[in-house]
Design a protein around this ligand. Structure first.
Ligand code: SAH
Length: 399
């Protein structure tokens, strides 16, 4: 054993660790010995004194420690991070064709799901965008950046540590270049399409990489259809519908900046601009307006922002999902498709399906599920950390 500070759990509270769940809540801790600083490595022991894990200490958070390793022989040092990062990157190389990997936009590291709690690394071609979202990831920041350069052979790294969760960890928000002089405005390549991305000001790290394959599903459905893309952001689904031969695509978002990029993305790909229009506004209101105007569509995408980060907000979120799904079912023509998502961690796939079912019922609509959708495999889910599964979607067909 090393001379790390130590966390001793209350009796019985070792159970989740024995199941290899990586979070240790403050309420599970009997005492802390050795005065660890924020992000420092601690040994986690059961009440009886058995070794359970090595973890990063986070004094400000309810999640008081996040496990780096359950293996007593494994130290948490540069070699540890090299191994974990190498493994995460190797997985992505199997998911994206080698030929396109240098250009691809892909999530290289997905935090807990890759055994690296609080660390997100997205690759946009030759630029990496990194988020350090836990005290532990923050503590190892310089080592991680150095290793990312070593393992990817790239030189441009940008930091987007400005997610709300940093606050829960007692960390300030931080945005800016970490290595090289990365351009803030990039063009990413995804499944034959290109997108303008603003890695400094865009949402998350700039783009919703988790929807890559789901956008493909829309591409294959869209031929000759009138498509309404709600919460379109920079047009991920809209462009796929256009390239798939949609008759018309209407892209709706409340963000004027996102809609500017959406239009630019249509032009960038030489897609038929005459079949595309954008509308700035609140989807909740616009769907009502379209209903009052008797407008209808053959395919509606609903990809709203997170309504419920945690289970405690699930009820309010459910009302939001039900509202937009009910309205959209009414706007769909018979035989039309509703491609509907939730990225709320607090709403699981079973609950989401119930909400959509009750929306169809109240809309007086019969519909079938054709496909269950989820986040793309570069956002894998550890079997021991089901919280990593947050994106769920359904393709429904109205009778
Ligand atoms: N479908 C997109 C990602 C959607 S992210 C893609 O594939 O890239 C959610 C989007 O919803 C954001 O662009 C945000 O600006 C927008 N948004 C949030 N609340 C909204 C509202 N009430 N009405 C319209 N758009 C909203």
């Amino acid at each position: 054993m090393s001379d790390n500070p130590v966390i001793i759990l209350k009796p019985g509270r070792e159970k989740s660790l024995l199941r290899r769940h990586p979070w240790i809540f403050s309420g599970a801790i009997a005492r802390v010995e050795g005065d660890p600083t924020s992000g420092a490595t601690v040994e986690v022991l059961s009440f009886k004194g058995d070794f359970l894990a090595r973890a990063a200490y986070s004094p400000a958070s309810q999640i008081r420690a996040r496990v780096w390793t359950f293996d007593p022989s494994q130290l948490v040092d540069e070699d540890f991070f090299r191994r974990q990062l190498r493994r995460a990157i190797a997985l992505r190389e199997t998911l994206v064709p080698a030929k396109s990997f240098p250009l691809s936009a892909v999530r290289l590291v997905y935090a807990e799901s890759d055994g690296l709690p609080g660390l997100i690394v997205d690759r946009y071609g030759a630029t990496l965008v990194v988020q350090f979202l836990s005290a532990g990831a923050e503590y190892w920041r310089e080592t991680i950046v150095k290793l990312l350069l070593e393992l990817t052979g790239l030189s441009q790294v940008y930091e987007r540590s400005d997610a709300d969760v940093r606050e829960l960890e007692g960390l300030p928000s931080r945005v800016g270049p970490l290595s090289g002089a990365p351009r803030e405005k990039l063009i990413l390549h995804e499944e034959g399409l290109q997108f303008h991305v603003d890695i400094a000001r865009g949402h998350k790290t700039g783009f919703y990489l988790d929807q890559r394959l789901n956008r493909q599903s829309v591409r294959y459905l869209a031929r000759d259809l009138d498509v309404l893309d709600c919460f379109c952001y920079t047009g991920g689904f809209s462009l796929n519908a256009l390239v798939g031969g949609a008759k018309s695509v209407l892209s709706v978002d409340s963000s004027a900046e996102a809609l500017v990029l959406c239009r630019e993305n249509v032009t960038l790909n030489n897609l038929p601009a005459e079949r595309h229009s954008v509308l700035e506004g609140d989807v909740f209101q616009l769907l009502r307006r379209f209903r009052d105007e008797n407008r209808s569509f053959n395919l509606i995408v609903l990809d709203p922002p997170k309504f419920a980060p945690t289970a405690s907000q699930a009820e309010k979120a459910s009302r939001g999902y039900k509202d937009i799904n009910l309205l959209a079912f009414k706007l769909l023509r018979p035989g039309g498709y509703q491609v509907t998502f939730s990225c709320s961690g607090g709403v699981d796939a079973a609950l989401f399906q119930k909400i959509v079912a009750s929306a169809a019922l109240d809309a007086g609509v019969e519909a079938q599920i054709l496909e269950h959708l989820e986040q793309t495999p570069d956002h894998p889910v550890s079997l021991q950390f089901p919280e990593g599964a947050y994106l769920k979607g359904l393709i429904c067909r109205k009778s």
